[in-house]
Design a protein around this ligand. Structure first.
Ligand code: FAD
Length: 497
């Protein structure tokens, strides 16, 4: 009996484990799939109901797909070793299969416990990689070549047939209340599932993505122009390799005959940008794989103890009440939709870390829960990068005022998510507090009454933050440490360096 443990690989296409197990089923052996809702995961501070709902949608489709192949997927709850032991005793499991999980210290330690349990029970455990993240990587040199080799490997087709024993022991998807989680209202969240992932990629590569390269930076255009594939990659409803290969096939097919007149260059540029971002996906995940504590300690320890906690400011930022319209619109949109484009993610993070001088651990958790696509390795690397604590990336402080002028000059996005500002003239939208009092009353937005005054003054906060970061950077010990960080985590791409 083969037990297939699904974690962040909720698909049947390009699933190496299912492919291997299907070969055993063809030889007369049997399999069972299992997904376990683990308290270790759903009670952790970075878990949210939006993740659960997305996972559930993926599981419902996964179960249907596995059953259509003749197999069975158990959906159970509990501490994983206890669940596995019950299954082992009941079904006589001899081999456990899974994809490597490139998660945080908690899930890695849990995998070690599973390995120990398997060894003690005489259950053979076989794991495969499922992306470009290399386990036990010695050195970052040559990593990009390894990534490309993996992306070039042929994707595994959906298995033809699986075979499972009949059982009443199936379990089912659990709602938030059953797991003791508080529900949260969202209006435009992406729906999970393998077929959704493929439809989305198809519409991006053939309809929505032409202007991707230029439209990705604005929250007005980003929701439609970006691929939006991220949550499906995070929960493995599609593999990175498959997403890459589908994109590359599209890239190769773009020519005068396949796209509208005059758009070949646009399409090619956009699909190329998308493909390179899939390498970033694994590049950032690799950082956490190589250092499991980057969600709790500064990557460069020279920055330890730099920032403080200011609970009221943290709450105001998390709820979109900072008095900076672009920051507030982004935070409110994110809470409602579970997604934000890269530049706006970077801006809200930079605002929290530089302008409000908040500790990235507290703000990073808030964002982890808001993002449906929360992927620990990418998330915490980016959180630290946008907070200036990696020691190797240039310090980039986004101006929340300039971002309005650049990305939403007419206020389409801001007015939608911050209705208090609906009638504020565009000229004042970046800084409504500069409106004369009469104008405030005229447009129904009195600062301090209808909409908050800015928590901090941009120019002052920006200057102070830069001075503090520069002071650390100038320290010779910090420079020496930055060299070590670069050796461990730095991209070897000449352009990025
Ligand atoms: C503070 C912060 C936190 C972030 N947290 C996450 C996270 O938890 N999960 C997550 O998937 N992404 C995260 N990102 C990266 C990026 O913003 C998202 O991947 C992207 O916005 C997802 O939208 P998309 O699928 O339409 O991306 P597209 O622009 O269409 O790109 C396609 C794919 O490439 C990858 N990608 C794109 N940009 C990046 C990037 N800068 N770094 C790494 N991979 C990238 C993603 O897998 C993405 O799905 C974070 C960025 C910041 C600044």
């Amino acid at each position: 009996m083969h037990l297939v443990w699904f974690k962040r690989d909720l698909r049947v296409c390009d699933h190496r484990v299912l492919h291997e197990v299907a070969a055993r089923c063809a030889a007369g052996e049997q399999m069972l799939g299992v997904y376990v809702y683990e308290p270790l995961v759903y009670e952790a501070p970075d878990f949210d109901v939006c993740h659960l709902r997305f996972i559930n949608e993926c599981l419902i489709e996964l179960r249907q797909n596995i059953e259509a192949l003749g197999g069975t997927l158990l959906i159970l709850q509990g501490e994983v070793l206890r669940v596995f032991e019950q299954i082992r005793k009941h079904f006589g499991v001899t081999k456990l299969w899974a994809h490597e999980e490139n998660g945080n210290a908690l899930t890695f330690a849990r995998d070690l416990r599973v390995a120990e349990w398997a060894g003690a029970q005489g259950v053979e455990w076989q794991e495969f990689y499922q992306n470009g993240v290399v386990r036990r990587l010695r050195n970052r040199d040559g990593w990009a070549d390894q990534w490309r080799e993996r992306m070039d490997e042929p994707a595994y087709a959906v298995p033809e047939r699986l075979s499972s024993p009949t059982t009443n022991f199936m379990g089912d998807v659990l709602n938030p209340e059953a797991l003791g989680l508080k529900a949260r209202e969202m209006t435009e969240r992406q729906v999970g599932g393998e077929s959704q992932a493929h439809d989305l990629l198809d519409s991006f590569l053939h309809e929505r993505g032409m202007e991707y390269r230029t439209a990705m930076s604005s929250p007005v255009t980003g929701y439609d122009a970006c691929s939006r594939i991220s949550p499906y990659l995070s929960y493995g409803a599609i593999s990175v390799r498959h997403a890459y290969q589908i994109g590359r096939a599209r890239y190769r097919s773009i020519n005068k005959e396949t796209v509208a007149k005059g758009t070949v260059t646009l399409w090619k540029g956009s699909v190329r940008s998308y493909l390179s971002r899939l390498r970033w996906h694994c590049h950032f995940m690799q950082k956490m794989e190589d250092q499991w504590d980057i969600d709790v300690v500064n990557i460069a320890r020279a920055y330890d103890g730099l920032r403080g906690d200011h609970v009221e400011w943290l709450e105001a930022w998390a709820e979109g009440r900072t008095g900076y319209p672009m920051v507030d619109a982004c935070m409110r949109a994110l809470r409602a939709t579970g997604w934000l484009n890269f530049r706006m993610r970077a801006m809200v993070m930079s605002f929290a870390s530089y302008h409000l001088w908040l500790d990235w651990r507290a703000t990073g958790i808030v964002l982890a829960r808001y993002f449906v696509d929360y992927e620990p390795g990418i998330h915490w690397s980016q959180v630290q990068m946008q907070s200036g604590t990696t020691g190797i990336n240039s310090v980039r402080v986004y101006s929340p005022i300039k971002q309005v002028e650049d990305q939403d000059p007419e206020g389409v996005f801001i007015r939608k998510w911050v209705p208090e500002l609906a009638n504020v003239p565009s000229t004042y939208l970046a800084q409504p507090e500069l409106m004369p009092e009469l104008e405030q009353q005229f447009c129904g937005c009195v600062i301090g009454v209808d909409y908050p005054a800015p928590l901090v003054v941009h120019a002052e906060a920006y200057k102070k933050a830069q001075q503090q970061i520069r002071a650390v950077r100038a320290n010779p010990d910090a420079r020496a440490e930055a060299q070590q960080v670069y050796q461990k985590h730095g991209s070897r791409s000449k352009r990025r360096r």
